[in-house]
Design a protein around this ligand. Structure first.
Ligand SMILES: O=C(O)CCC(=O)C(=O)O
Ligand SMILES: [Fe+2]
Length: 318
């Protein structure tokens, strides 16, 4: 496979007769084989996406001391600024040549507001006019889209379309703006923008600016590029959904190298289930020849395990 499929979501999102079924079949095929696909007609306003890019560019252009006031290392809940060199998505390589800013979900009515818990509590907001409003609006839009994609996953995996709804209605979802400075000199394979890794949650929705750099590993072990396609998100399956589906879906390694000679920005949205969601291999994915490969775990514990392996500051804290 040289190209990732581009799946049109309109039939599902417009409630066309048979639309959910058709989209679920296409998504299921991609999720089982490579774990990556593009989605178009996804319903998220292009003007909103452009507005968030403009604010991300403004934020990353602030002096480092300003950005570090919002450092992710000061909080336990995975929100705020992570500077160049603070993360190793591939622990075998040098630290990633990227900087990032994370926004989580604001506490909703009746929810505890505890910043020490992963992906809960308050956000750290930069002093950039409009940032909070636009980031919150974008977050809500991609959250809705993620919920809708779960209906297609459920149908394809052999459970009712709303099966996942109670597990993902208070999600540990993270909006992450990313900036990859151009790679200095010739790329020698030691330092990636983002080292090879798999994502942790159920799904990721990635918007790329016009500068490419994302590469995806095929099952055969080749790396193929996933170039920006206007009007789409790249959607990929994460480790949590792979586990939940008893490896029916695949969470595939990917990496970023900015070979363009210019700045690259991207916006990722990582959708992890509710912290207390019990991730237990789906009954429809278990059979006599295919017993459950994993014991049950809460989504919160699963995410913590994965974050602690990635961040230097979390490792030393814990
Ligand atoms: O920036 C990108 O294109 C991908 C980033 C990514 O894979 C990640 O942050 O998990
Ligand atoms: Fe990723």
């Amino acid at each position: 496979m040289d190209n990732l499929p581009i799946i049109d979501l309109a039939p599902m999102l417009n409630d066309e007769p048979g639309g959910l079924e058709r989209v679920a079949t296409e998504i299921g095929e991609a999720a089982r084989t490579i774990g990556f696909f593009y989605v178009r007609n996804h319903g998220v306003d292009e003007g909103l996406i452009d507005a968030l890019y403009a604010l991300a560019v403004e934020f990353f252009a602030l002096p480092l001391e300003e950005k570090e006031k919002l450092s992710i290392a000061k909080v336990g809940n995975n929100r705020g600024y992570a500077g160049v060199g603070t993360e190793s998505l591939d622990p075998e390589k040098l630290t990633d040549a990227k900087e990032a800013f994370n926004v989580g979900r604001d506490p909703e009515a009746g929810e505890e507001d505890d910043d020490s818990q992963v992906s809960r509590g308050r956000n750290q907001w930069p002093d950039v006019p409009g940032f909070r409003d636009v980031a919150s609006e974008y977050y809500a839009a991609v959250r809705r889209l993620s919920e809708q994609l779960h209906r297609a996953f459920a149908l394809d995996l052999g459970v009712p379309p709303d099966y996942f709804a109670p597990y993902v209605d208070r999600p540990m979802a993270t909006l992450r703006m990313l900036h990859y400075p151009p790679h200095p000199g010739r790329f020698d394979g030691t330092r990636y923008g983002a080292g090879a890794h798999t994502d942790y949650g159920n799904l990721t929705l990635l918007s790329q600016c016009e500068v490419g750099g994302l590469e995806v590993r095929t099952r055969a072990g080749d790396w193929i590029s996933a170039p920006p396609v206007p009007g789409t998100f790249v959607c990929n399956i994460g480790d949590c959904l792979m586990r939940w589906s008893n490896d029916t879906y695949v969470s595939n390694p990917h990496r970023v190298v900015n070979r363009s000679g210019t700045e690259r920005y991207s916006i990722a949205f990582f959708f992890d289930p509710n912290p207390d969601a019990l991730v237990e291999c789906l009954p429809s994915c278990i059979s006599e020849d295919r017993p459950a490969l994993y014991p049950p775990i809460t989504a919160g514990d699963h995410l913590l395990e994965r974050l602690d392996a990635t961040y230097a500051h979390r490792k030393s804290a814990g």
